[in-house]
Design a protein around this ligand. Sequence first.
Ligand SMILES: [Ca+2]
Ligand SMILES: [Ca+2]
Length: 311
Amino acid sequence: MKSCLKYFVLLLYINFIEGSFRCDYKYSSKAQAWFKFVVIPANWFDAQLRCSQEDAVLASPTTPDILAEMRNVMNRSNPEYEIFTGIHATVSQGDYYTIEGSPLSTIAVPWAENEPDNMNNTESCITLNGNGELADRPCEVMRPYICYRAESSQVEVSECGTVDPEYHLDKRTNKCYKFHTEPRNFSRAFLACSAEGGHLAIINSDVEATVLRELFAQYPVDKLLGNFRKDLAFIGFYDWGEKWVYRTIHGEKLMKAGYNKFSPGEPTDIDDERCGGIFRSGLLIDLWCDRPAAFICEKNPGYPAVCRALL
Ligand SMILES: [Ca+2]
Ligand SMILES: [Ca+2]
């Protein structure tokens, strides 16, 4: 009994000192942070957005340990190889800060040869090369990058398998949902859900339509700030380039996916409305893909997998 209690206390202690985060990030005990190398190059703005959507930030070499881990994650020693860092001057040219707000002057990393040069007065984002040197580059060029999250054992992973408190499990479908009140176009909404480990919501049954209708009802018009339509939200279907034939973002026709109830008079396909949404009623509508709207993400509680930090 006594040893049982000891074990229990030990377990409690371990849980207390260990944090957890999604397993596509690797924990570095030296840097006390989680790192994820994103190999697919992106411009600086998209890199920044994707990391922040994953509850992380675009990594900057703010300490020797973080720099060492960034180089370790890159696993290159070639000055030609480059990644974007979070150091940028995208607000006011020449005023460089990390995403977290540390000024460039606090970053003790050398410049690469002939850098910085602000070539053609177009360079406001900072890269790190395989030799551990900085350069200024146009923010619009494409580079791989690293997302970074400082460990915080105070933040718990929820039953939805995420540190994002806005995802809530619905027992009727055993899926988690999040209503995004900040409007995005369909493409950016897709990105946001995807980076959160989910996808734009796919309605697979009348029950799930009810779940989304009830979720929408929690966000009355006055909770949605901005100049956009408050009676509809993007969900995960579009016409895949074939007019009038709507499939989910997972490629199934709506009927096959389990729900095909359009609002009376919809779809209209006025001037190329090719992306899908729902009204507050839970009925479907076709929308302009490029006009920002609120949107709903759906997430499997078991994906992405959650890992413990090994301290
Ligand atoms: Ca340069
Ligand atoms: Ca679903």
